[in-house]
Each structure stands twice: as C-alpha cells, then as structure tokens.
Design a protein around this ligand. Sequence first.
Ligand code: CAA
Length: 290
Amino acid sequence: MKIDDVKKICVIGAGNMGHQISTLCALNGYQTTCTDIMEEILKKAETFVDQYLPGRVEKGKISEADAKRARENITFTSSLEDAVKDADYVIEAAIEVLDIKRKIFTDVSNMAPAHAILATNSSAIVSSRIADATHHPEKVINLHFFNPALVMKLVEVVQGPHVSEETTEISMELCKKLGKVPVHVKKEVNGFLLNRILFAIFNEAQWILDSGVASLEDIDNACVYGAGHPMGPFRLMDLVGIDLCYTMALEDFKKSGNRADLPYPSLVRHYEKGEYGQKAGKGWYDYGKK
Ligand code: CAA
C-alpha cells in the first residue's frame, strides 16, 4: 500500500480526541467516518463540527467552499461495521482500557479491508499489547495526537517491534497530509516522547504544590511567564484530563514497580471525586458549569 491509496479514514471514538481528529481528517480532504457506541457523544461531535466549520469561515481561516467540502467529507454512525468496512486507515481514540481496545481491534480486524492500517491514538497503551488481537499485527501502530488535536501540530508515530516499515512510512506521510509534524518514536517506551517530558513537569509541579512551596496559580504563572509555556501544568492537566494523567501514572507504576511513579495523592483525590478537569467542569481549577 502507498499513501495515495489512503482515501477513507475511520475514527473510532467521538470523545475528547476523536471528534477533533475526525474534523481534521475531513478538513484535509479525507472521507471520514466517525463512530462511537454512545449516540449522545456522537451527537455532540456532530454539533461540534456544525459549529466549528462556520466558526473557521467567520474567522477567515477557511473558505466557505472548504467548510462545505469538509462537512460533506464527514459522517457519523454508531455502527462500527459501517464505519470501518471501506476504511483504508483506522484511528482508534476510545477509552484507555486495554481489554476494550483489544476487543475493538479484533472486531475492526474482522470488518475492515485487509489492507487497512489500524492505528491507536492511545498515549498509555503501546500497540504491541493490541496487535496480536488482529489478523495483521504489522499494520497496528500508535499514532498519538495531542490535545486539542485540531491545533497541536505534533503527532508521535510509535514503531513497536511488530510494526512494518510500510505501516510506519504511510503513517508518517498521513500526518504530513493532515498538516501535522510527525516524529518517529523508534521504541515503545512509557509516555513515548513528549509525555515523558510533560509528565516530569507535572510531577515537579505537584511536588511543589504538595510541599506547600507555592500555590497552584503561582506554579502555573511561573511556567507561563518565566518559561513561555502556553499554559501552566495544572491547566494543562485539566485540559488533557486528570483521569488520563492518573491512568498514565498507574501504567508507569505497573511497569516499574517504583512507588515514586504512583500518581500523586492530590491527583488521586481529584480522580476519586470524578474531577477529571475541564471536561468535568472541575479539576485543579473550577470551570463552573460543565
Ligand atoms: N479546539 C479547537 N481549536 C481550539 C481549541 C479547541 N479546544 N482551543 C483553542 N483552539 C484554537 C483557537 O480556535 C485558535 O485558533 P486560530 O488562532 O486559528 O483562530 C487557537 O487555538 C488559539 O486559541 P485561543 O486564542 O482561544 O487560546 P490560546 O491562545 O490560549 O490557546 C491552546 C489555547 C491552543 C490550548 C494553548 O493554550 C496551548 O497550546 N496549550 C498547550 C496545549 C498542550 O500542551 N497540549 C498537549 C497536551 S498533552 C497531550 O495531549 C498528550 C497526552 O497524551 C496527554
């Protein structure tokens, strides 16, 4: 297969990441199907597209014709089979639970064309833990977008030991076609590349807070006004999701057995209360109504 053979993309999961990845694919000329088992989330994703595209036109970022084309390129369905049956490239952005991902990949492998590449947007689960649930492990790869996926240019293309050169090359090329900057991560390590760096910052920030050295706001201000970060670590954790930060820290701990890798107690407190950040209306900060 070659990059030009990729014409239809299926995005599985219409949540935090999936709705933006779908919109991105549609905007860049791909026939895109976005699927989710939850009708309510699917509807929310469709509403997002219907507001986002006119908003881009109003801002002068795209033409009306571009917006119309993008809208025509994207469809929403709760049927996984309908969504993947013609797909050349599948991007899974479902919940970060291994058993659920393995089941999705088995189903997709049975339903999608044999040539299709099956990517996971997972940041916590490496594709080698999923690939053996499919007919073509060499076509299963991590394609890791960053939140918000319509804005952040980086995509990590993580080549596990089972992934073919062809799958990696097409994935790198696809990212470029989507206007992104792909980086090739040559080994499956926890956190891949950027999250290793970001999570080191998150851990330091939590240590400073829990030690009573400075307030949450001042730690965020320090990073924004002293280091030029677009947002401080606590705002960023709220953006990516406290649940995801918790899961990733726990995955780290499970691998290393090192108690220092356990999620910070203050993070656990937010997690246990369901204060997952922006999407929940409350995390480190209070966002008022959800
Ligand atoms: N969806 C789509 N577009 C959005 C958006 C969203 N949720 N939020 C902002 N934007 C767009 C705006 O439309 C605007 O676009 P244009 O300039 O083209 O009009 C642009 O982003 C800037 O937006 P704002 O002026 O409203 O806000 P800002 O300048 O404060 O930027 C931000 C917001 C882009 C989120 C910026 O604060 C930022 O870059 N933050 C850091 C985000 C980051 O580090 N992400 C990586 C997280 S780690 C991760 O995702 C991986 C993981 O596995 C955990």
